[in-house]
Design a protein around this ligand. Structure first.
Ligand SMILES: *[C@@H]1O[C@H](CO)[C@@H](O)[C@H](O)[C@H]1NC(C)=O
Ligand SMILES: *[C@@H]1O[C@H](CO)[C@@H](O)[C@H](O)[C@H]1NC(C)=O
Ligand SMILES: *[C@@H]1O[C@H](CO)[C@@H](O)[C@H](O)[C@H]1NC(C)=O
Length: 336
């Protein structure tokens, strides 16, 4: 508590006595800070509200102005700003011997020469479920602390990378992204975008450079659309059936049928041969099998039908005969 209060007081004293923002400070820069693209021109005025001074000027590696008298504005101008570490300073020589000065904050920026995207330690198609590292290389950019790298898959923003280390000179910067693609990512396009967010004084919209898209191919093992390990099929003698072993996979699956040199997804077994048929769909990534058991259609069904019909008819005939006999015995005047 005491420490916090002390800190606050120290800050208050600093602002009050010497801060350039305070009204009593004799110099004012316009604009107060600049953001300049490498090689562009820049011009900043330094003015004073003081009347009690010998002269004022700018001290800088480029565009410096030696002490001028009888002016209340001096301008720092550079046609082609290329000094990465420039710190222009405006000063004033007061009559009391003091020489207050103010340093102009300059952000000199450079957009990258090239932004490229690559897969680290890998080439060719990716395999589903495996992790890969994408790298975005940003060549010759500054300042790094204003750099924002954005990763996209298609139009979807995946990640944003920022940098805390300060740099003034151009350098190569890289960002990485871990991905674990699945089959739906086959053909997906990744991009990285280098963006310089230079604050309110900086250019709007932010200068951006986008990499060429990186298109990925994802390989995955064959799978059946409906998970069926085993299929049982009833087959009637003389009827043709087709066993469907179609699987999806990438690369496109190949097929083999057990004890046969047939190699398509659809197989028509000879109908007079019931039995077990196993097919395997395979590619470079893996394989999957499916077994069809073809049973002959039970022969009994139709016979049973006729047995029931026959039995019913027989029963009806017996009933009619019994009725006729009973009626005959009872005589013609009976009520039955
Ligand atoms: C600016 O300065 C750089 C380095 O001195 C030079 O290569 C470039 O040609 C200059 N550009 C202009 C427009 O004068
Ligand atoms: C950033 O700065 C820290 C501390 O100075 C250093 O350890 C680290 O390696 C720097 N990072 C990069 C990417 O230069
Ligand atoms: C075989 O199965 C696949 C996937 O289940 C399906 O798309 C295809 O139409 C089927 N083919 C036949 C001839 O039934």
């Amino acid at each position: 508590m005491v420490k916090g209060l002390y800190g606050f007081l120290t800050l208050g004293v600093l602002v009050f006595t010497g801060g350039p923002t305070h009204a009593s400070f004799p110099l004012e820069l316009n604009p107060p800070r600049v953001v300049v693209r490498y090689g562009d021109s820049v011009s900043v005025t330094c003015s004073t509200s003081s009347t009690d001074y010998e002269g004022m000027g700018w001290e800088a590696t480029f565009g410096g102005k030696s002490l001028e008298q009888d002016v209340n504005v001096v301008t720092w101008t550079v046609e082609n700003l290329t000094d990465w570490t420039i710190e222009p300073k405006c000063y004033i020589n007061l009559n009391d011997g003091e020489q207050p000065s103010i340093v102009l904050p300059v952000i000199l920026y450079k957009t990258p020469d090239r932004v490229s995207i690559s897969v680290l330690s890998h080439s060719g198609p990716m395999v589903e479920g495996t992790q890969y590292q994408l790298q975005c290389d940003i060549q010759n950019i500054t300042p790094r602390q204003n750099l924002v790298v954005k990763w996209y898959k298609g139009n979807k923003l995946l990640d944003i990378v920022t940098y805390s280390n300060v740099s003034k000179r151009p350098e190569d910067v890289s960002a990485t992204l871990m991905i674990s693609p699945n089959r739906n990512d086959d053909g997906a396009q990744y991009r990285c975008i280098s963006e310089l967010d230079l604050g309110p004084e900086g250019p709007q919209p932010h200068p951006t450079v986008t990499s060429e898209p990186l298109k990925i191919n994802v390989h995955y093992p064959p799978t059946f659309s409906r998970p069926e390990a085993e299929n049982h099929l009833d087959i009637r003698v003389g009827e043709e059936i087709t066993l469907n072993c179609t699987a999806t996979g990438r690369p496109t699956p190949k097929y083999r049928w057990q004890s046969s040199d047939f190699q398509e997804a659809l197989f028509t077994p000879p109908s007079e041969v019931p039995g077990t048929y196993t097919c395997t769909a395979y590619n470079q990534i893996g394989e999957i099998s499916k077994t069809f058991t073809v049973n002959p259609k039970p022969k009994g069904d139709r016979t049973k039908f006729w047995v029931i019909i026959g039995f019913g008819l027989g029963l009806a005939i017996v009933v009619v005969i019994v009725y006729a006999v009973v009626k005959y015995r009872a005589g013609p005047n009976s009520i039955i």
